[in-house]
Design a protein around this ligand. Structure first.
Ligand code: SIN
Length: 480
């Protein structure tokens, strides 16, 4: 699509209008290094305007019926579907996600809106038997209030709708600070929400290159009742501390370091195929991409052969091309980090069994890399690489596999490959992770709760669990 066909907004979206800001920042296409757009650079003033708008709109939006909110969301679904190719191409230009994956993400993002448009009608209360004959105990649901959301660049659309859809279903208003790198996706959604008939002030987008300036205003504002964040554990912790000062509800989807366990009774070909999807999705830049592949010693060679055969077939290239599997990393910092992790592992004795050749493309590309002989003293085995780097280790037995998998402060996603049903229960019981894929390398879906244990976060997104995060429960004691 030409730039004219992509037609995206670049101004901030506040109280139902696209508005200019004093400054703009350049959004760079990571595949070409070219400026894609000059985007509104919001500061304190816009953050305050957004808070006022979200507060005022909440007073009426919370009184709408679930059926009214659901109808607007259904229209939004149709508009997302009608604009899916445009949204996918915007995303690919912003962050370098291969176009076939961007199309998949638009579907995934739409799925959240569709699911919560239906679930809005099923926000139930409860009556609880009282111990007094003259009393009735009622529990009612109410929206939490205006929400401040901060989303990551690696899923420019889905990480918004995973928060926005339950918030709208519940009756909350919403302010999003999208990542500077993928702000256009958020603004394009604002246009569609406006077209869908969402009342002014229910949704605002405040792009910025000065995240903490905007965040500090909104986190200090007592009218904002919830923070929903996806990003690093470090930043999430700082935000949660600030949110605590005005006692906001908090959902945090933070970093991960996903183990991928392949037991000797697994279907090795299937395990290798799922490891590919899991590891190399979005060039390894997802929170639930495996960072550590552990294979039982007896099947190490068979697994490695099956895995390397597939790695050799990956096409690294321009993300807009239909057959590209691996696009660029999002920025120079991301590329440098992945290279540092590889260098550290090689220095400490790992072997590079794929990835020796430099990529043909200039710029932020990295050849998919497989490392063997990895140990837990290497950075790659402890910190999120966020790149196409697959470290492979071995284990002797089930107890060792579980101990290695749990040897991390994180607890977002883990993967288990086995054909033994009893082992499935034993291992999933023992793993300290919020999401476990059993013979499944890509478990994410709108109906299921996504979120982590330990340093990987607080709360869940998706499914009916995700809706509760945007609801207060009021206990009403009625004396007859
Ligand atoms: C993430 O990387 O945070 C999201 C991944 C997913 O939804 O599958």
């Amino acid at each position: 699509m030409s730039r004219d066909e992509l037609r995206f907004p670049t101004q901030a979206f506040i109280n139902g209008a696209f508005v200019d800001t004093k400054r703009t920042y350049d959004l760079i296409n990571p595949a070409t290094g070219e400026v894609l757009a000059a985007v509104a650079d919001c500061g304190e003033a816009e953050a305050r305007q957004a808070a006022d708008a979200a507060h005022n709109a909440f007073l009426t939006w919370k009184q709408t019926t679930a059926y009214q909110r659901s109808a607007i969301m259904e229209t939004f679904v149709k508009l997302l579907q009608a604009n899916s190719e445009r949204l996918a191409q915007i995303m690919t230009a912003e962050i370098g996600k291969p176009i076939k994956e961007s199309r998949g993400e638009v579907k995934y993002a739409t799925g959240f809106v569709q699911w919560y448009a239906e679930e809005a009608k099923r926000i139930y209360g409860e009556t609880i038997p009282s111990s007094f004959s003259d009393k009735r105990i009622l529990v009612e649901a109410a929206p939490v209030g205006p929400v401040f959301a901060i989303t990551p660049w690696n899923f420019p659309a889905a990480m918004i709708t995973r928060k926005l859809a339950p918030a709208l279903a519940a009756g909350c208003t919403f302010i999003i600070k999208p990542p500077a790198q993928s702000a256009i996706s958020a603004l394009a959604m604002a246009e569609l929400l406006q077209e869908a008939g969402l009342p002014d002030g229910v949704f605002q987008v405040i792009p910025t290159s000065q995240s903490s300036v905007v965040s500090d205003v909104l986190l200090a504002d007592p009218r904002i009742r919830k923070l929903a964040f996806t990003g690093s554990t470090h930043v999430g912790t700082l935000l949660a501390e600030k949110a605590a000062r005005t006692v906001k509800r908090v959902s945090l989807e933070l970093g991960g370091h996903a183990p991928f366990l392949v037991f000797e009774d697994a279907d090795v070909e299937k395990a290798a195929a799922e490891a590919m999807n899991c590891k190399f999705r979005n060039a390894g830049q997802t929170c639930i991409c495996t960072n550590r592949i552990y294979v039982q010693e007896s099947i190490k060679d068979a697994f490695l052969q099956a895995f390397l055969k597939r790695v050799a077939d990956l096409k690294v290239g321009a993300p807009i091309e239909e057959d590209t599997d691996i696009g660029p990393l999002v920025n120079q910092q991301g590329l440098d980090k992945a290279k540092e992790h590889i260098a550290d592992a090689l220095e400490k004795g790992a072997q590079m069994v794929a990835g020796q050749e430099a990529p043909a493309q200039k710029g932020l590309f990295l050849t998919p890399t497989v490392l063997t002989g990895v140990t837990h003293d290497m950075v790659v085995a402890r910190e999120e690489t966020f790149g196409p780097v697959a470290p492979i280790m071995t284990f002797k037995d089930e107890a060792e596999a579980i101990a290695l998998a749990n040897d991390t402060p994180y607890g977002l996603a883990a993967y288990v490959f086995t054909r033994d049903v009893s082992r499935v229960y034993r291992v999933t019981d023992a793993l300290d992770y919020g999401i476990i894929g059993v013979n499944d390398g890509v478990p994410s879906t709108p109906q299921a709760p996504f979120g982590g244990m330990k340093a990987s976060g607080v709360g869940r997104e998706g499914g009916h669990y995700g809706l509760e995060e945007y609801l207060e429960r009021k206990f009403i004691s009625l004396k007859l």
